[in-house]
Design a protein around this ligand. Sequence first.
Ligand SMILES: CC(C)(COP(=O)(O)OP(=O)(O)OC[C@H]1O[C@@H](n2cnc3c(N)ncnc32)[C@H](O)[C@@H]1OP(=O)(O)O)[C@@H](O)C(=O)NCCC(=O)NCCS
Length: 220
Amino acid sequence: MINKPLIIIGGSGHGSVIEACIKDNRNRYGDLEWDLKGFCNDYDTEVDGYPVFGGLSDLPRLVEQGYWFIWGIHLIGRNYKTAELYDSLQIPKEKLATVVHHTAFIDDTVTLEHGCFVMYNAYIAPRTHIGESVMVKANTNIGHDVNIGRLSHIAMGSTIVSCVNIGECADVAVSATALAHTNIGNYAMLSASALATHNIPEGEIWSGIPAKFLKNMNRQ
Ligand SMILES: CC(C)(COP(=O)(O)OP(=O)(O)OC[C@H]1O[C@@H](n2cnc3c(N)ncnc32)[C@H](O)[C@@H]1OP(=O)(O)O)[C@@H](O)C(=O)NCCC(=O)NCCS
C-alpha cells in the first residue's frame, strides 16, 4: 500500500528529523509508502510548512479519520513524563507507522516493533530487538543480540555493543558507547559522549569515561 496518510506526533525537534527521513525516502529513493500530512502537538499551528491538526487530545478524532501516526516526542531528561504522555494517548498499535531510512542496514533477523523510526546510516546487527516507538537516529551502531525497550532514544553517533539490554524510555545520548553485556535501566540515560562499562540503574543519568552517576532523572 502506498501513500498512507501519516501524522507525526511531536514538533520541530525529533518530529522534523522524522519528516526529513520521509521526504528523503520519497525524493531520492522513490519510496511512496508514507504521505506526510502534518503534525499533532499542543504548541504549534504549523511545523516546517506542514499543518498541525490539533493537540494531543485530538488524537482519537484523528484515529477515526484514518491516519497513521509516528511518535516523535522524547523529552530529554524527562523520560518518565515522556512514557506517561505516550501511555495516556493509547494510540492503536496497528496505526503506528514504522519509518526506516533507505541507507540503514538492518539485518533480516532483527525485530522492529510497531512505530520504530530508524534514520540515515544506522546499522543494526543480527537478532537485535527494537521495541515499540523507539527512535534510532543517524550514524548509530547497534550490535547483535541487543534488546531496546519501547520508547527509548538512541541518539546520533552512538554505539551499542553486542548483548546490551536497554530498558524502556531510556537514552543513549549523542556519541555515547555502551559496552557489551551492560544494562541501561528503564528511564535511565547514558549521557553525551559517555562510556558505559557497568550497568546503569533505573532512572539514573551517568556521564563520563568510564560513566559514573551524574544525577537522577527528573520525575516530572
Ligand atoms: C545528561 C545531560 C542531559 C546533562 O546535561 P545537564 O542537565 O545540562 O547537566 P548539568 O547542568 O546537570 O551538569 C552538571 C555537571 O555535569 C557536567 N556534565 C553534564 N553533562 C555531561 C556529560 N555528558 N559528560 C560529562 N560531564 C557532563 C557539567 O559540566 C556539570 O559540571 P560542573 O558542575 O562541574 O559544571 C547531557 O549531558 C546529555 O547527555 N544530553 C543529551 C544530549 C543528546 O543526546 N540529545 C539528543 C539529541 S537528538
